[in-house]
Write a protein that binds this ligand. Structure first.
Ligand SMILES: *Cc1c(COP(=O)(O)O)cnc(C)c1O
Length: 378
């Protein structure tokens, strides 16, 4: 059996090495390293793939969130509602811009933001909602769009973990993750479903006015070279990363399909186990692209299981071990523990198993057997 990796970037690279090298060579020969044709070609490819008017590449997923927020031109102290159960980047940028994050609890089935909790958190100062499509599945966008419409709020979708996922609205209409709200963002961090070989990110919007502002902000606030109309940042995707991503975007659907196949095999092996809840998939609303395959261990043995997996040379991840409202850097005395019952529970139950496009049946059998034997031999 091949050595089990949490994410097997080497195995994936071997499959596309020739194509990647050719694409990189073209950039090296052209020496157009910043804002070269590869970046705009990749942006056009993304627009076509997602069915969105504008895709703007930038330096990282965190930058994408920051630039998206900056483009809304909000005032300090205005409130942004987001989930308590996400990667730090989502809240960091809110705080960095002097805005006020309002964290809310999640739906225990999907791990995504709970629309009812969003409603309860609304105030006169609320300006935007940032749903995070966690682990590969899209948040309840029918509800979130309704709330935003009724209360005149912006929606920024943090789509760092669900590239390629499709949402089906209650009326049957379909849209790709990241193109549903006013603005969507993603990350090309190497381990994401569409990963570069370094940092990268992108911002999506159908609104051309937002798009112009976002392009300017990401390039020092310039609409015209050396005329700085907006306060901006330097956040650009470099051409070498674009050349890699252009190749990998063509394979995104097949990579996601392989992740789904792996998830099905895990599900079959682990379903109906008394101590495990396998990932819930709301099939009629959202596809699941399994950025993570995250199970819940319901008998308080999560940490012991983790230790057992390590003993069997099986890597794992705990996403996330501490909810945002309890993190030192973001702590705020107004947070009431009673409001975070679900996240407080999930951080003790979740464990993510190896998941990537190169995972094979033997490896999944080995991992599943190791888990089952842990519970049997307790
Ligand atoms: C990875 C990630 C980000 C940040 O992306 P970077 O490219 O690493 O800056 C933001 N939000 C979520 C939910 C993520 O998973």
């Amino acid at each position: 059996m091949k050595k089990i990796e949490m994410v097997d970037l080497k195995g994936q690279y071997k499959e596309i090495e020739q194509e990647i090298r050719k694409s990189l060579n073209q950039v090296l020969h052209s020496t157009q390293f910043i804002k070269g044709p590869d970046v705009s070609e990749f942006e056009r490819d993304l627009e076509k793939y997602l069915g969105v008017n504008n895709a703007i590449a930038c330096g990282s997923g965190t930058d994408a969130l920051q630039i998206a927020l900056m483009s809304l031109e909000l005032n300090p102290g205005e409130e942004i509602i987001t989930t308590d159960f996400t990667f730090a980047a989502t809240i960091e940028v809110i705080l960095l811009l002097g805005l006020k994050p309002i964290l809310v609890d999640i739906d225990p089935k999907t791990f995504n933001i709970d629309p009812n909790k969003v409603k309860e958190a609304l105030t006169k100062k609320t300006k935007a909602i940032i749903p995070v499509h966690l682990f590969g599945q899209i948040s309840n966008m029918d509800e979130i769009l309704n709330i935003a419409k009724e209360n005149k709020l912006f929606i920024i979708e943090d789509n760092a973990q669900s590239m390629g996922s499709t949402y089906t609205f209650l009326n049957g209409e379909k849209k790709k993750a990241g193109t549903i709200g006013d603005i969507g963002t993603t990350s090309f961090f190497p381990s994401k479903n569409l990963g570069a070989y370094g940092d990268g990110g992108a911002i999506f919007t159908d609104n051309n006015e937002f798009a112009d502002r976002i392009r300017a902000i990401s390039n020092h606030g310039m609409y015209k070279r050396y005329y700085h109309d907006l306060l901006g940042v330097n956040s650009r995707l470099d051409s070498l990363q674009a050349a890699i991503l252009k190749v990998k975007l063509k394979y995104l659907d097949s990579y996601n399909q392989k992740r789904q196949n792996a998830a099905n095999e895990y599900n079959n092996a682990l379903k109906n186990h008394e101590n495990i809840i396998t990932p819930f998939h709301n099939i009629s609303r959202s596809s699941h692209v399994y950025h993570q395959y995250t199970i819940r261990v319901t008998n308080s043995d999560r940490d012991k299981l983790a230790e057992h997996l390590s003993g069997d040379n099986i890597p794992y991840g705990i996403y996330y071990p501490l909810p945002l409202h309890k993190q030192k850097a973001y702590h705020n005395d107004s947070y009431i523990e009673d409001n975070f019952k679900v996240t407080n529970k999930m951080v003790n139950e979740v464990i993510s198993l190896p998941m990537h496009s190169e995972l094979d049946e033997n490896q999944i059998d080995y991992i599943s057997s190791s888990i089952k034997s842990f519970f049997k031999n307790k």
